[in-house]
Design a protein around this ligand. Structure first.
Ligand code: HEM
Length: 512
């Protein structure tokens, strides 16, 4: 049925797609305060180097390994708004104030633009146009994006529909506990590639949600395909960052150089494997299944077949390293902070007297500390170091005139690790998210625009509810079943598009 979608595109046209959803009227409107604001051109910022501009900064060691230093230097030198001129030919504003973040979001309009992903855009709109026709929530903009997003929201953003997947998530989390038991058999220590194991759990989980299919990732010997799919997704994120953030990225696409060819090779692999899984799911569809047992793919089919395939593929690829990395960071913080782990286990022992009890919506509602632990870990180690938006109209930010069409990076992680917004900000203190906490640490003092691990507003993460539920279930099961300890040096964190744990996650694990 869908085989025609899989025909490979022969010719690579070499051009860039421009986003065309900023209206001329919006460009001409002057918002309140515009005339009194300072002109865009005088926003301070470091001088760009010839050719590479300021792009090199995103490849620097500080950006990769020391986010606090990278942003602190820009913030302290240039203030709450800094203009990084010439990032692939355009300005990118780096913003360090929650009041400005809020202003930015309040002015993003009904079709917010999150620019970037030029490589993915090129791949979907040009290289493999015959398959994708530019489609996908990550790359689409304007009315086309809005049209699809509003059809998909009821499936993924409503708690009622997301809760339907709880029993599948329990099944996979249960298998992950068995997998950990096997892994700990030798010396009670998780292997150096435990992050890959977490990615396998994430893929198995998203596989059952999207396709109602077990992919066998947690079996003793999963197929080579599963490993290769995970590795391709991880590698693609790294390449996407390199291509999208550097001047070399443009050249690489234009002249079909090694970097771009590698990107296309991995994208092709992910497309082939995911579409194979999706085609198999399509061929074995049970049309008599009740609505509440249908996979995400079956629900998406009602919208449009091609979109159902592409959205399912996006969910599979977006649901691996994101959820895996986040979960890895939470486990590390719990192993490092024994008092927190103990308190969480007490909550879990009460809610789950039997270790094998499946988590239900009702039980999860009784686990406020679990939720606080996850929020706290995502404050300190969100997978995105900040959120990106493009101004869709003229707006005044921080006293400056910002015209429509400017990229704005909001530095959430840097602010989340500042004592100005979170007392004892470098410490792992889940209590700050509990409604019962009073005084300095009360959640009432938290500025809601500082820590935004899933973004904000109409364009926020579509997988937020699914990912949160998956993480809650697996963390509850792990901590209910195992004592975690950390006998290694402190974890290193790194940014390669996604931010997250870098050192091997060699957790010391003991069965309870
Ligand atoms: C812990 C796991 C995850 C985190 C922390 C996360 C975080 C994010 C963030 C920060 C954004 C950008 C939001 C914005 O611009 O305001 C985003 C977008 C997105 N995420 Fe996630 N994500 C996670 C898991 C997932 C999963 C499991 C899926 C798929 C099921 C997914 C699919 C997407 C998609 C499709 C978008 C683009 C939405 C749009 O532009 O309309 N994410 N995610």
């Amino acid at each position: 049925m869908f085989k025609n979608l899989l025909i490979k595109h022969q010719v690579q046209k070499r051009c860039f797609c421009k986003v065309k959803n900023i209206s001329k009227e919006d460009v001409n409107i002057k918002p309140i305060g515009w005339d009194k604001a300072k002109p865009f051109d005088i926003i301070p910022g470091p001088k760009p180097l010839p050719i590479v501009g300021n792009s090199w900064r995103f490849l620097s060691n500080d950006f990769k390994r020391n986010q606090d230093k990278f942003h602190m230097e820009l913030h302290e030198t240039y203030g709450d708004i800094c203009n990084l001129r010439n990032i692939r030919g355009s300005s990118m504003l780096m913003v360090y104030s929650p009041e400005i973040f809020e202003m930015m979001y309040r002015n993003e309009g009904v079709w917010p633009i999150r620019d970037g992903f030029a490589s993915l855009n090129q791949y979907r709109s040009v290289t493999r146009k015959d398959i994708y026709n530019g489609m996908g929530l990550l790359t689409m903009q304007g009315a086309d994006w809005h049209n699809l997003r509003s059809k998909v929201n009821p499936i993924f953003m409503q708690p009622r529909t997301v809760h339907l997947y709880i029993s599948s998530m329990n099944l996979v989390a249960h298998d992950f506990i068995k997998r950990m038991e096997k892994l700990m058999a030798k010396n009670n220590e998780m292997p150096a590639n435990f992050e890959h194991e977490l990615n396998k759990w994430a893929l198995e989980s998203i596989g059952i949600i999207t396709l109602d299919r077990r992919l066998g990732c947690l079996e003793e010997n999963p197929t080579e395909e599963v490993h290769a799919l995970i590795n391709s997704v991880v590698e693609l994120l790294r390449l996407l960052f390199l291509i999208d953030m550097t001047a070399f990225g443009n050249i690489s696409i234009k002249y079909n150089l090694g970097l771009w060819r590698k990107f296309v090779k991995y994208e092709d692999y992910v497309t082939d494997v995911c579409f194979k899984y999706i085609n198999e799911a399509f061929e074995t569809l049970d049309h008599n299944k009740p609505e509440n047992e249908k996979s995400a793919f079956e629900k998406l089919l009602k919208i449009d077949k091609q979109f159902a395939m592409i959205m399912t593929l996006d969910m599979i690829s977006a649901g691996i390293d994101t959820t895996g990395k986040s979960t890895g960071a939470i486990l590390y913080f719990l192993a490092k902070n024994q008092n927190v782990q103990k308190k969480l286990r007490e909550e879990l022992l009460e809610a789950l007297p039997d270790a094998d009890t499946p988590l239900t919506k009702e039980i999860l509602n009784e686990l406020p500390y679990l939720k606080a632990v996850i929020k706290e870990a995502q404050r300190l180690a969100p997978i995105g170091t900040g959120n990106l938006r493009k101004t869709t109209k003229n707006v005044v930010l921080g006293g400056y005139q910002i015209p429509a069409g400017v990229n704005v990076f909001m530095g959430n992680l840097y602010l989340s690790r500042s004592d100005k917004y979170f007392p004892k900000s470098k410490e792992f203190i889940p209590e700050r998210w509990l409604r019962s906490t009073t005084g300095e640490m009360s959640y009432k003092n938290v500025n809601p625009f500082v820590s935004l691990p899933f973004g904000f507003g109409a364009r926020s993460c579509i997988g937020r509810r699914l990912a949160t539920l998956q993480i809650e279930i697996v963390i509850a099961k792990i901590i209910r079943n195992f004592q975690l300890d950390w006998h290694q040096e402190d974890m290193l964190f790194e940014t390669e598009l996604l931010y997250g744990i870098k050192s091997p996650l060699k957790l010391h694990v003991t069965r309870i």
